[in-house]
Ligand binder design. Structure first.
Ligand SMILES: C[S@@+](CC[C@H](N)C(=O)[O-])C[C@H]1O[C@@H](n2cnc3c(N)ncnc32)[C@H](O)[C@@H]1O
Length: 310
């Protein structure tokens, strides 16, 4: 059966009404990468851009623009994605400078960091995502030259056996590995997020992990701004643990640096006057966040790393 929002009503010249299935605006989880690429492209176009992603507009394409147009908030809250991108860029560059030799970018979507950041040519970079988006990226980026040793891997990370095998292979390719998951774990139910984190922490060489997180009170606000777009694509945002970043301690990850996207956006001068007032308020200390909060967290692996999970 089709949900109500998948039904398009067609009026013909005759007064008959035809009910036909319509593709959702966001068709599946991979389409969410088109949406975030639009905000990267918008930032890139600014004369005072805090990062430049010269590929983002082409990669987002018309469909990315349609998704943004269909959102109730449109571009109003793009500051949050700009802050997220900027924070991930900072964390990646900090680790590259600190001698990390491999960046593993899981659920990479349309991320072009391996092509746009100032990376040393000897660095290894692995992007991994579902087969559809990987073949799209392979085609769209075929004439571009990466800044380091880059490869793209098609994998369903929800398939535990496949991901364990993949993590094992990756662990042989680097000594100090930074795992990056931007816009992935927020879509996972808590038990899947925990299992995923456990598999990461039990992979030798996976030293640190950068991840974006949400607090429970921000979920209804995002739902309001997105309407039913994510639900229609069967990809609702669900992961916002009460314990905040402490959720991951049980699965082998110790939080070592936590950044608020709102405060970052204020520092980057990307907020409206109203949001600046919110940003100026002090945030209560501690991981249990009872107020709307979105952030980027850096974790250190605290699991025994002498054997693999599984
Ligand atoms: C919001 S996008 C984020 C993309 C990119 N990291 C960024 O920030 O621009 C979410 C990405 O997660 C990927 N994804 C979701 N579930 C996945 C799975 N089971 N295996 C691999 N990738 C997955 C989607 O294909 C999509 O590219």
């Amino acid at each position: 059966m089709f949900s109500f929002s998948e039904i398009k009503i067609f009026w013909r010249l005759s007064p008959q009404v035809y009910l036909l299935p319509m593709e959702p605006v966001i068709r599946d989880i991979s389409d969410t990468s088109l949406w975030v690429a639009v905000y990267r492209a918008d930032e890139t176009d600014r004369p005072d851009a805090v990062f430049k992603d010269p590929y983002a507009r082409r990669l987002a394409g018309e469909r990315g623009e349609q998704i943004v147009q269909a959102m109730a908030s449109g571009r109003k809250n793009s500051w949050s994605l700009v802050a997220r991108t900027w924070l991930f860029d900072q964390f990646v560059m900090q680790h590259v400078k600190d001698g990390y030799d491999l960046i593993l970018n899981l659920a990479s979507g349309l991320d072009a960091r391996a092509f746009r950041l100032d990376l040393p040519p000897e660095l290894r970079w692995i992007d991994a995502d579902l087969p559809g988006i990987v073949s799209y990226m392979n085609e769209m980026m075929k004439d571009e030259v990466p800044r380091c040793k880059h490869e793209r891997v098609a994998i369903d990370l929800a398939d535990r056996n496949a991901r364990l095998e993949f993590f094992k292979q990756v662990s042989t390719k680097g000594k100090k590995i930074l795992v990056v998951t931007e816009g992935l774990v927020v879509y996972l139910p808590a038990e899947e997020a925990g299992a995923f984190a456990f598999d990461l922490s039990h992979t030798p060489g996976f030293k640190r992990w950068v991840i974006d997180m949400l607090s429970p009170p921000i979920l209804p606000m995002i739902r309001e701004e997105m309407g039913t777009l994510l639900e229609d694509a069967k990809s609702p945002l669900v992961f916002a643990p009460e314990e905040g970043e402490d959720f991951f301690r049980l699965f082998g990850w110790t939080p070592i640096d936590i950044k608020s996207r709102l405060k970052t956006a204020a520092a980057l001068k990307r907020l409206s006057l109203q949001m600046k007032i919110f940003a100026a308020m002090p945030e209560p200390k501690g991981p249990v966040r009872k107020f709307p909060w979105a952030g980027v967290c850096l974790f250190e692996n605290s699991a025994r790393q002498d054997s693999f999970a599984g």
